[in-house]
Each structure stands twice: as C-alpha cells, then as structure tokens.
Unconditional design. Structure first.
Length: 131
C-alpha cells in the first residue's frame, strides 16, 4: 500500500485480534500443515481483500481521510499522521491544493503533541515556494 501508509496485523484483519503462529523445530509435519492452512486462510480472507481496497494512491488517500469503522484499528490511528500521509501522497500526485488542504486540516486538529515539529517540517518541505 502506497509507501506503507496504511497497515494492519493479519490476525486483526480476520479475527479482530493479533494472532501469532509458532513453528518449532520439533513439530511434526501435521502441525506445520495446520499452521500453513491457517495462514493461507488468513491471507485469503484478510490480506487479499484489504489489499484490493487500494488500486492506486487516490484509494489510499481516501482510506486515510475517511471514517473507517471496519478498519478502526488499522494503522496509523492518529488522524494527524493519516492527514500527513495523505498530504505526501497528494504531493506525489502533483495535487498541491489538496496537499495544502491536508496539512492545514492536520494543523487544525493537532493538540500540542510530539507531532508538532514533524508537521511544521512537513509543511515547510511540501509547501516550499507556494503562497
């Protein structure tokens, strides 16, 4: 997904909770096969449908800026960070007005956090030379 700006753990996509698989050197082949089948099921039911949401950068931007109740745990959870990613993607697409809009919106909702300096640097880099 465009520059890894939206991501989620595989188990959460399918089961709603993080899931880890453990393979041990002394496992019998049946255990390996059961785990392999479960991973394949999770990829088919979770990862592939999730990836299909993103055919291009505009799809990623839409995912980042809209309400997403089905994917509320999907990272990044911070609205400011999601708007920053959207601004960067708009910049890559040459959509300077939309880029500026995302940055301005991020500034409106930020709340004196550690992201302040990041947001200021991003604004300076992306909007340099624009008035």
């Amino acid at each position: 997904i465009a520059n890894c700006c939206a991501y989620e753990r595989l188990g959460i996509l399918v089961n709603g909770y993080d899931k880890w698989w453990t393979l041990k050197p002394d496992d019998v082949a049946e255990v390996d096969e059961i785990i392999g089948i479960d991973i394949q099921k999770n990829l088919t039911e979770g990862a592939l449908p999730f990836f299909q949401l993103f055919n291009n950068k505009l799809d990623v931007i839409d995912f980042l800026v809209r309400e997403r109740p089905r994917f509320k745990t999907c990272l990044p959870r911070s609205e400011v960070i999601r708007l920053c990613y959207a601004a960067i993607l708009y910049d890559q697409l040459g959509e300077r007005d939309k880029c500026r809009e995302m940055i301005e919106l991020a500034f409106k909702i930020k709340k004196n956090t550690l992201l302040d300096k990041v947001l200021i640097n991003l604004k300076e880099r992306l909007l340099a030379g624009l008035s």
